[in-house]
Ligand binder design. Structure first.
Ligand code: SF4
Length: 424
């Protein structure tokens, strides 16, 4: 059963028929969006609707080496844009409008008769980030208490070393921090133009300097906008900075704890320590910021004792963790573990030819937990979580953020993740 078929047949293809667009751009940010994206592309072609169908986004960028080899994909799409799409999409529109060929459009993989051609990547990250345009979106119809809009303060990650992470998708995109002046200007513009009070920074991770400067700028304006984003559990996030951030409108931080075993964190090249993580979580909670924590089991070499250290840490910090996303290690394309598996004790990566668009792989390890054991540990961990009236585990980030924001406004305490029952 493809739940998107009816949705697109009734809600999207009639619009395309009416509007007769020259280009239909489909964003595929994560693997979860691939089915929806391909379903829409398929419907457009099957119905003979107008428009050059192009796909883009992080997931497509991650698959840039595989896409040219998957001919069937080009039965439903005309092209794919990889890396930062703002300029390539403009060049694509100009080329189509001018009736020119597509060979000069940067970052484009496209169908040319019976062949698939790959143009050179010339644009990896645009700077400064263009002002997003949400004109025409029915913001009031999203299933959230208040509309939440995304922005970014940077491209890439200033740490960029975690062995499980594929930031940059295996390409040297580097790290670009946008000026605070530009970011605050964009926040205020979105606030004025769309009436939004909630901004979700979609950065890989926000730099401490940016956190400070944005907070100071917004605090001086009376914190008209509430915001949240990812940060690192590191020394630079002092108690003083976290209090300043709360005063400047920060309502939720998403932290990658990953593991609380010192040797595993070191193997991951995370660049943090459990001690520092402990301090930051406590001081962030004291400042009134909602802490969301990511962690996972089964990094190559991790033992059951290491996993137990993480479990112990999470329970010991129950008052400072308001929501969390536990999971099992995924060996992802372009992560350091994928590029040099032997350095991390991975003895075999199972690259199944039947999964030609895979972005993560099964694997075998010399020491520690294997994939199945990691899954089992996650399941056992989830089994012992307190029963909740409203399962926070299934709540989206936008809901958590607006909830945290609302509680802060009303000076209400924030419920903690490991408490049972409903919100206190
Ligand atoms: S996991 Fe986070 S901090 Fe580590 S490299 Fe990736 S984006 Fe950067």
């Amino acid at each position: 059963l493809n739940v998107f078929l009816e949705l697109f047949e009734t809600g999207v293809t009639p619009d395309i028929k009416r509007e007769q667009p020259q280009i239909v751009g489909i964003s595929v940010c994560t693997m979860d969006q691939m089915l929806a994206g391909m379903t829409l592309a398929h419907l457009i072609k099957e119905r003979g609707l107008p428009g050059h169908v192009t796909v883009g986004g992080p997931h497509i960028t991650m698959l840039r080496e595989q896409i040219p080899r998957v001919r069937a994909l080009f039965d439903v799409v005309d092209s794919a844009v990889v890396f930062d799409g703002a300029e390539p999409l403009l060049r694509l529109a100009e080329a189509l409008e001018g009736g020119r060929g597509l060979s000069a459009v940067p970052n484009l993989i496209y169908r040319d008769g019976g062949r698939v051609r790959v143009n050179p990547v010339k644009v990896r990250a645009s700077e400064p980030a263009p002002m997003p345009d949400f004109e025409g979106l029915p913001l009031g119809r999203y299933l959230v208490p208040y509309p939440v809009l995304p922005l970014a303060t940077s491209r890439g990650c200033y740490h960029g070393r975690c062995a499980f992470c594929n930031v940059g998708y295996g390409a040297p995109v580097g790290y670009h921090r946008f000026t605070t002046e530009a970011v605050v200007k964009q926040m205020l513009a979105l606030h004025r133009r769309y009436g939004v009070r909630h901004i979700f920074f979609a950065d890989e991770v926000i730099a401490p300097r940016t956190l400070r400067e944005i907070s100071e700028a917004l605090e001086s304006l009376g914190a008209p906008v509430h915001w949240c984003g990812c940060a690192r559990l590191e020394r630079a996030l002092t108690g003083e900075l976290l209090s300043r951030m709360a005063a400047g409108g920060c309502r939720m931080l998403l932290f990658g704890l990953e593991s609380a075993s010192p040797q595993i964190v070191q193997r991951m090249r995370k660049g943090t320590t459990p001690e520092e993580a402990s301090r930051v979580l406590r001081e962030s909670a004291q400042a009134g910021i909602w802490n969301h924590v990511f962690f996972f089991f089964g990094f190559p070499g991790e033992t059951l004792d290491d996993a137990q250290e993480t479990v112990n840490f999470v329970f010991a910090h129950r008052d400072a963790i308001h929501s969390a996303s536990p999971g099992a290690f995924l060996l992802e394309r372009y992560a350091a573990v994928h590029r040099s598996p032997a350095s991390f004790g991975v003895t075999r990566i199972i690259d199944n030819r039947g999964t030609d668009l895979a972005i993560h792989f099964d694997y075998e390890v010399a020491l520690g937990m294997g994939e199945d054991m990691a899954e089992l540990v996650v399941q056992r961990f989830l089994d012992v979580l307190p029963v909740k009236e409203f399962g926070q585990y299934y709540v989206s980030d936008a809901h958590r953020f607006t909830y945290a924001s609302d509680l802060y406004e009303r000076r209400q305490p924030m419920p903690v993740w490991l408490a049972s029952g409903g919100p206190r």
